[in-house]
Ligand binder design. Sequence first.
Ligand SMILES: NC(=O)c1ccc[n+]([C@@H]2O[C@H](COP(=O)([O-])OP(=O)(O)OC[C@H]3O[C@@H](n4cnc5c(N)ncnc54)[C@H](O)[C@@H]3O)[C@@H](O)[C@H]2O)c1
Length: 275
Amino acid sequence: MYNLLKGKRGIIFGALDENSIAWKTAERVHEEGGTFVLTNAPIAMRMGTIDVLAQKTGSQIIPADATSLEDLENLVDQAVEILGGKIDFVLHSIGMSVNVRKNINYTDNKYDFTQKGWDVSAVSFHKVMQVLYKKDAMSEWGSIIALTYMAAQRVFPDYNDMADNKAYLESIARSFGYFFGKDKKVRVNTISQSPTATTAGQGVKGFSGFIAYADKMSPLGNATAGECADYVVTMFSDLTKKVTLQNLYHDGGFSNMGVSQEVMEAFERGLEEEN
Ligand SMILES: NC(=O)c1ccc[n+]([C@@H]2O[C@H](COP(=O)([O-])OP(=O)(O)OC[C@H]3O[C@@H](n4cnc5c(N)ncnc54)[C@H](O)[C@@H]3O)[C@@H](O)[C@H]2O)c1
């Protein structure tokens, strides 16, 4: 390991179980010498296994619903106190759509569900940054990252209203990132990750076909959660100080592909079988 995050302090949102991208990131940040508090929604404390991660990384857990400003204020105050100073890095690794959970087709979306998913998946990122900004809790040259998916740019029908939530999330990164950069010298970016077998990922209809297709389309294959964690570590490190307001693809090349040989061959085999 490289000690890339030695002396840096952070907050990691969204580690539910060992498959979570936030879980893998916490492990990698710990290996690189960073210290952090872990946080998740109170309900996730009961559903997941975050205690195991906290023990493993010597971290404290502070429950917070990322849609509640009160919870976030308490989280940031406690994090600064526990870690002994301002925050250098934040990972927002949160996503949830009630319409997806209830298997409601995009064209039938229920708007109270739409609003809830938007608040959890997108507006929570604004809330997190607003609390950090107002409390002046970020160190200069700190780094804030949220995770996103390419359905913000292109159509993936089963991704449902999460596509809209991700588009909004990416826009918040740019809009808030401007003020955080200008006023506090803090960088804000989103990382657009390959489909990954996690609780949130597997909630998307037809996920197994979807992940196999992306793997065959990408010249380097799908990026794993562990590889995403590596990328996040570089974005938290001092090696990427001038990267901000970006949506960064971490997807084995998928986002720039039209079609691949492997996908064409599989498609042609399917056509032959049909005839
Ligand atoms: N898995 C994929 O295929 C994939 C691909 C690209 C991007 N992403 C994004 O990566 C991020 C992490 O997801 P994951 O795949 O690791 O799945 P995950 O299910 O492990 O993580 C999602 C997390 O969001 C948390 N959460 C939900 N509601 C919350 C709330 N109100 N307050 C605080 N936390 C809340 C959950 O408890 C959970 O820990 C999400 O933003 C997701 O959209 C995932």
